[in-house]
Design a protein around this ligand. Structure first.
Ligand SMILES: Cc1ncc(COP(=O)(O)O)c(C=O)c1O
Length: 457
């Protein structure tokens, strides 16, 4: 992991390099700057989703092909952002273009089932070991419905979530996503902090927060709320605070603890599903939850989402006790793209390809970190990975708070100014696609090496 001789990075040097890189960044993006100004007259912060509002300014994108995207100023990038982890198939994949083009010529929306829903559900069942499925249109909808199903099944209302996990933007789970240190409470019993104004305190009160990788805290939360908890929801490897891996045995411990207390275990595999293995975290870590929420990569670039679950649990929908619905659920375009993605693109060779790219990244970055004695480390999991700007492993949110985010920002600027687009923010990681090559990932390593040299010079 980290080099034993890691030395601190000079904060004044980081500041100086950030100023230089920000200048270069702005200079090369006048059209993005102009569009952003225009957009600000029409929408708050000049972006359609607050996630897209990133310093120094949003990059307006024009088009994508293969592993590349081009912005409105004509800058070309190898895409490591990949639409927040959606585009594992790469951009404009010929099979997706073909499937969606054919489908749109036959009509794009009926709000009636199409034959592909059966094929896609069957493939998800095979990959994730859940017999029953329903579709949604986003990760938010998937976790929202999973929570409702769990509450109906157990007849209970309380949820337990991990501090710093993001499960989408609905009220019940937008609690302690990145709580400010002065409000977050003690580490052994974190406070429940709403992530946004407009969330009723009565809803927040029903969500208990525990630290990731801490089964004792979980046990205490159950003891404090006997017979109240419907479900524990967890991102099996947290991917919105860098990458935080579960301790060995932790996920099985979560499942056993939840079951002992009559609660369900929900895996939010919106980011891990179909990216870190064919069957996501369920397959990679060998623990099967009671319910699973999917989205992002399973739709091949179209808005998508799915919930899978145990037959007896999903029975609450069959019996009409839970209303699981949506005008666009199982939309024909999404289903056409999903089918090709899951059956023809993300096959066994795709996962071998991700592993090979991950090895190049891990080896190359580890050796730069070693050579320059940087206090950073790298985690790779097939199509996903990232640099953590701290020597020691991050096990939970409190560890993550110790990271100096300016290193991550500097790294983002270095990559962006040298033809690699990363998702913004210290908390983000990269997503590779089947269309990325070894040369593409080597560019990331080379850019990182240039930053390392400049940091130490
Ligand atoms: C783990 C996780 N769950 C849920 C969501 C919400 O997904 P969506 O943005 O599609 O609503 C996200 C989004 O990034 C996520 O990372």
């Amino acid at each position: 992991m980290s080099t034993p001789t890691a030395r601190q990075v000079s904060t004044s040097r980081v500041k100086e390099l950030i100023a230089r890189q920000e200048d270069r960044f702005r200079h090369a993006r006048p059209r993005s700057q102009k569009l952003w100004q225009e957009a600000r007259e029409l929408m708050p912060r000049g972006v359609p989703s607050s996630f897209q509002d990133a310093a120094p300014q949003p990059v307006f994108v024009e088009r994508g092909r293969g592993s590349r995207v081009w912005d409105v100023d004509g800058n070309e990038y190898i895409d490591f952002h990949n639409g927040f982890g959606v585009m594992v198939v790469g951009h404009a994949h010929p099979k997706i273009v073909d499937a969606v083009s054919k489908r749109i010529g036959l009509g794009s929306h009926f709000a009636q089932p199409v034959a592909e829903v059966v094929v896609v559900a069957r493939e998800l069942a095979r990959r994730f070991g859940q017999p029953q499925w329903r579709f949604t249109n986003s990760g938010t909808e998937s976790t929202l419905d999973a929570v409702r199903i769990a509450r109906a099944f157990t007849g209970r209302q309380r949820l337990i979530k991990m501090e710093a996990s993001y499960h989408g933007h609905h009220d019940a789970l937008m609690v302690s996503v990145e709580p400010p240190p002065d409000l977050m409470g003690p580490p052994e019993e974190p406070a429940s902090v709403p992530q946004s104004e407009g969330i009723p305190p009565a809803v927040v009160e029903l969500t208990t927060v525990v630290p990731f990788n801490d089964l004792q805290a979980l046990e205490r939360a159950f003891t404090k709320h006997p017979d109240e908890v419907a479900a524990v929801i967890v991102e099996p490897a947290m991917m919105n605070v860098g990458i935080v891996l579960p301790d060995s045995g932790y996920l099985a411990g979560l499942r056993d603890t939840a079951h002992r207390h009559g609660a369900l275990l929900i895996f939010d595999e919106v980011k891990t599903g179909a990216t870190i293995a064919a069957g996501g975290a369920t397959e990679r870590f060998g623990v099967t939850p009671d319910l699973i929420a999917l989205a992002k990569a399973i739709g091949g670039g179209l808005p998508c989402g799915a919930i899978g679950g145990r037959a007896d649990v999903m029975e609450v929908i069959e019996e009409k006790r839970v209303a699981q619905m949506g005008t666009f659920n199982g939309n024909p375009l999404t289903m056409a793209a999903s089918k090709v993605t899951l059956l023809e693109i993300l096959d066994a060779s795709a996962y071998s390809h991700f592993d090979a790219l991950a090895e190049t990244l891990q080896g190359g970055l580890d050796s730069v970190i070693g050579e320059y004695e940087l206090p950073f480390h790298v985690i790779t999991l097939a199509a996903r990975g990232g640099v953590t700007y701290r020597s020691q492993r991050v096990r939970n949110y409190r560890d993550y708070l110790e990271i100096d985010k300016s290193n991550a920002y500097l790294a983002w600027l270095y990559q962006c100014n040298r033809g690699v687009l990363m998702a913004p923010g210290a908390e983000e990681n990269w997503t590779l696609s089947v269309q990325h090559s070894v040369d593409d990932v080597q560019r990331y390593v080379d850019n990182f090496a240039e930053m390392a040299r400049d940091l130490r010079s």
